[in-house]
Ligand binder design. Structure first.
Ligand code: SF4
Ligand code: SF4
Length: 144
């Protein structure tokens, strides 16, 4: 039997689409782009709306209003967002790859993404405490 998350992205309904997220919160980190090369660098500076202990957005329904540069992942843009981490469930499924063992849909636990060291829990800093001009001091290499 095929689980719903093994089906192509375009066959998922809205609820399934939302449920595909692994909860890593890496996409809630601020990123810097090299103007010349276009290369994207992740920083450990996170959006202030993120609750870091569970990596959930504290105001998900109003996120696009409260944080205008919060990216809304949609069926139509996931292929264009090549800065998404290689572990991102949307990126994996868009490429036809299976979900990893630590994904909660596979493991049955929301904790496994954290236990596997994939999420940002415990290693980010809120953007309330970092001036945007200083983001480059917080570039990290643990997001691939
Ligand atoms: S990077 Fe992908 S899987 Fe991780 S929180 Fe963001 S959308 Fe969800
Ligand atoms: S508004 Fe919510 S979903 Fe968007 S970047 Fe901030 S914490 Fe993440």
């Amino acid at each position: 039997m095929t689980d719903w998350w093994q089906r192509p992205l375009q066959e998922l309904d809205r609820e399934q689409w939302e449920a595909l997220c692994d909860g890593c919160a890496k996409c809630c980190l601020h990123k810097l782009e090299d103007e010349d090369s276009g290369e994207v660098f992740y920083t450990k500076v996170r959006c202030r709306l993120l609750q870091e202990d569970n990596c959930q957005c504290t105001d998900y329904s109003r996120r696009s209003v409260l944080v205008p540069n919060c990216i809304q992942l949609e069926q139509g843009n996931v292929d264009e967002l090549d800065w998404l981490p290689s572990t991102c469930a949307y990126r994996l499924r868009a490429a036809g790859e299976p979900l990893p063992d630590w994904h909660y849909l596979v493991s049955g636990s929301r904790e496994t993404v954290h236990n596997a060291g994939v999420s940002i829990r415990g290693r980010a800093i809120s953007d309330e405490y970092v001036h945007p001009d200083g983001y480059d001091e917080h570039i990290v290499t643990w997001v691939e």
